[in-house]
Ligand binder design. Sequence first.
Ligand code: ADE
Length: 225
Amino acid sequence: MHIDILTVLPELLESPFQHSIIKRAQEKNLLTVNIYHLRNWAVNEYGQVDDYQYGGGAGMVMMCEPLANAIESLSKGRKYDEIIYLTPDGESLNQKIANTLSLKENLLLICGHYKGIDERIREHYITKEISIGDYVLSGGELAAAVLVDTIGRLIPGVLNDETSALFDSFQDNLLAPPVYTRPEDFRGWKVPDVLMSGDHKKIDDWRLEQSLKRTKDRRPDINNE
Ligand code: ADE
């Protein structure tokens, strides 16, 4: 998979893709991430990419021209499956959307800033709008990093143990069960006996039961069974 990201703050995206699973995905050539500075398509020598909003009001709006030119120029080199705008009024990101996007070949992510981007860009170029939660970030970069992370780990072959993503929270609309590691007894706090039993059927049943309970207690909205 290839992901291009268009931003006015490339520095914010320097570190998130250089560690852990996303780093490994790139090393395995299963994922490439390119970051493009929107100022390369600025309307003047001052690097202008935003302007006051029509109708008045505080806050700048990212202009059509740099965004349109950037999107068109990047689209010449690559046929994007989706051009995604990260915005608090987009569709709420969830595991189902991440699963679907992880099967795409080419994505372009657009990070907004200030008051957002001119509506005409949304109407004419953007194919999908995604929010990472009901709160407002200063810009779309952190949201883009979250999106790349959640998609990247799902790309087939990225995780060593192919099955491990299947047991993540939210796959099958269930939260993951509790997990434990050594020592078996920490300050008198014991690991549940069933996990030490070696009986894999019993362990699977216990994990499913814990998942169902946890989901019912914490997120009854995601699983109604
Ligand atoms: N940009 C600002 N806030 C955002 C959010 N919650 N999700 C995605 N992009 C954003």
